[in-house]
Design a protein around this ligand. Sequence first.
Ligand SMILES: *[C@@H]1O[C@H](CO)[C@@H](O)[C@H](O)[C@H]1NC(C)=O
Ligand SMILES: *[C@@H]1O[C@H](CO)[C@@H](O)[C@H](O)[C@H]1NC(C)=O
Ligand SMILES: *[C@@H]1O[C@H](CO)[C@@H](O)[C@H](O)[C@H]1NC(C)=O
Ligand SMILES: *[C@@H]1O[C@H](CO)[C@@H](O)[C@H](O)[C@H]1NC(C)=O
Ligand SMILES: *[C@@H]1O[C@H](CO)[C@@H](O)[C@H](O)[C@H]1NC(C)=O
Ligand SMILES: *[C@@H]1O[C@H](CO)[C@@H](O)[C@H](O)[C@H]1NC(C)=O
Ligand SMILES: *[C@@H]1O[C@H](CO)[C@@H](O)[C@H](O)[C@H]1NC(C)=O
Ligand SMILES: *[C@@H]1O[C@H](CO)[C@@H](O)[C@H](O)[C@H]1NC(C)=O
Ligand SMILES: *[C@@H]1O[C@H](CO)[C@@H](O)[C@H](O)[C@H]1NC(C)=O
Ligand SMILES: *[C@@H]1O[C@H](CO)[C@@H](O)[C@H](O)[C@H]1NC(C)=O
Ligand SMILES: *[C@@H]1O[C@H](CO)[C@@H](O)[C@H](O)[C@H]1NC(C)=O
Ligand SMILES: *[C@@H]1O[C@H](CO)[C@@H](O)[C@H](O)[C@H]1NC(C)=O
Length: 420
Amino acid sequence: MFFKHLLFLGSVSILLSSAASKKPGPPRKTCTVKALGGGQDDGPNILAAFKSCSSNALINLDTYYLVDTLLLTTGLNNVEINLSGTVQYTPDIAKWSPQSLFLTYQNATTFWFLSGNNIHLYGGGTIDGNGQVWWDTLSNSHNSGTAGGSSTTFARPIPLTVGNATNVVVENITEIGSPFWNNFVYQSRNVTYKNIHINSVSYSSSPTANSDGWDIYRSDQVTIMDSVVNNDDDCVSFKPNSTNILVSNMHCNGSHGISVGSLGQYAGETDIVENVTVRNIIMNNAQNGARIKVFGGSPNPNSTAGGGTGHVRNITYENYQVSNVENPIVLDQCYSTDPQVCAQFPSTVTISDIHFINVTGTSSGQNGAVVVDLECSANCTDITATGTNLVAPNATAEFICKNIVSTAELDFNCISPSAF
Ligand SMILES: *[C@@H]1O[C@H](CO)[C@@H](O)[C@H](O)[C@H]1NC(C)=O
Ligand SMILES: *[C@@H]1O[C@H](CO)[C@@H](O)[C@H](O)[C@H]1NC(C)=O
Ligand SMILES: *[C@@H]1O[C@H](CO)[C@@H](O)[C@H](O)[C@H]1NC(C)=O
Ligand SMILES: *[C@@H]1O[C@H](CO)[C@@H](O)[C@H](O)[C@H]1NC(C)=O
Ligand SMILES: *[C@@H]1O[C@H](CO)[C@@H](O)[C@H](O)[C@H]1NC(C)=O
Ligand SMILES: *[C@@H]1O[C@H](CO)[C@@H](O)[C@H](O)[C@H]1NC(C)=O
Ligand SMILES: *[C@@H]1O[C@H](CO)[C@@H](O)[C@H](O)[C@H]1NC(C)=O
Ligand SMILES: *[C@@H]1O[C@H](CO)[C@@H](O)[C@H](O)[C@H]1NC(C)=O
Ligand SMILES: *[C@@H]1O[C@H](CO)[C@@H](O)[C@H](O)[C@H]1NC(C)=O
Ligand SMILES: *[C@@H]1O[C@H](CO)[C@@H](O)[C@H](O)[C@H]1NC(C)=O
Ligand SMILES: *[C@@H]1O[C@H](CO)[C@@H](O)[C@H](O)[C@H]1NC(C)=O
Ligand SMILES: *[C@@H]1O[C@H](CO)[C@@H](O)[C@H](O)[C@H]1NC(C)=O
């Protein structure tokens, strides 16, 4: 290897080498961050490395780092991050609540905003959100902030947000103890996650809260594959304007399922979820399997509880195996809305072109005999199911449908909710 320079800038060593890439062009820079140890904050040195190595570079995070500073790593271009060590955020609620980065969706905030073009984060390392303290505090204070998310006195930051980014791959990373959602894909395009292991499990009597594996918002071309999620909220959730998404080879345990929505919450807003394939899923011990949730309509033009417009179109759930799941298939177009309001003001988020292929397994029995519940408030069109083989533990399975324009392409016999 040909070393041009080896510099030390505080605890960041910077190596310029041209041998690493055999291609001609500028040498690739390598920044390796040393840990300070003794409970000191490694955040400033990590930020210095992202600044020095922001373009055509490799950043090595190869040891244990304690981070007490917002990681706002933006403007990256052609950067590899080899996280073979551990990034652990301090559980300092008073400090993080105001300093975490506020995002413009549900007042979510983040510890790390990873942003730029052509970013590859990998290495087998761990991101540790130190969530136990946040869950315990939430449980004791019931301070859920705004919209279940955050306030400046009690924010629960997301450990990794890929935001305002294009062409990103995140692979071979473990995430533990997230105070809130584990991953947020925010205003980004072409983002792939592979081989991610998520564990959001509380070791006290306080439950975890909002421990979604992934939330996707205003993002296009997102792939999540070959991953394992152990949590207590959505395994993956497609929020407003998630398009061209593939989720495959996932093993979800304890979750609330893989969900479209909720959508249509805010009057005057247009929410789109389109072209989603969810395939080869094992869903165990969960509240839901395949779920679509959309608010009802509203007479109030300023409503924050339904009345938004948009569409859910071309969604496929395929090869989906459930075990001990309360609602294996659930579509609710009157989500969190009074049924009488929905009767008068059906949802203005349309639902069409929805396909359930080879969804099999056993419900928990929590919902009696019901294993499929498809309830639209407006008419839902082109809903199909093939290869459905769902059973309830102690009863003959029941399938509920309402306002499904044609049930001819469903391979089960629908009963209406009133009969149930
Ligand atoms: C990442 O860094 C670790 C530790 O330095 C090293 O063993 C590993 O080979 C690196 N991974 C890649 C793909 O370069
Ligand atoms: C975010 O919080 C502010 C006040 O802190 C509140 O006015 C606003 O409605 C919240 N936004 C959402 C989307 O909940
Ligand atoms: C993300 O992009 C939006 C729109 O361009 C911009 O307003 C916002 O400041 C960006 N956020 C960050 C943290 O860079
Ligand atoms: C998506 O990003 C990957 C990784 O950076 C890149 O190899 C691929 O060409 C990109 N695809 C598109 C369609 O831009
Ligand atoms: C990710 O892990 C897989 C399986 O261990 C390995 O084959 C692959 O090379 C790793 N990717 C990187 C970029 O280190
Ligand atoms: C979603 O995309 C549509 C069409 O581009 C746009 O009109 C709408 O404002 C977007 N909604 C959100 C929540 O970003
Ligand atoms: C539906 O979405 C899938 C990707 O999930 C895409 O391959 C397919 O072309 C889309 N079909 C239509 C009719 O848009
Ligand atoms: C959905 O996929 C179809 C077929 O590939 C494509 O024509 C359409 O533009 C996609 N929709 C969005 C919102 O990207
Ligand atoms: C909606 O909000 C606008 C602007 O704040 C206000 O002028 C209007 O009176 C509100 N309408 C209703 C029905 O509350
Ligand atoms: C149905 O899905 C299961 C996994 O859930 C898979 O093993 C099986 O091969 C699929 N059957 C068909 C006909 O694709
Ligand atoms: C089903 O019935 C068996 C035998 O009566 C009982 O032990 C079991 O708890 C029941 N399971 C559920 C989920 O109701
Ligand atoms: C659903 O379609 C039927 C038949 O076209 C129509 O009579 C009914 O009013 C529609 N219902 C809603 C809620 O749009």
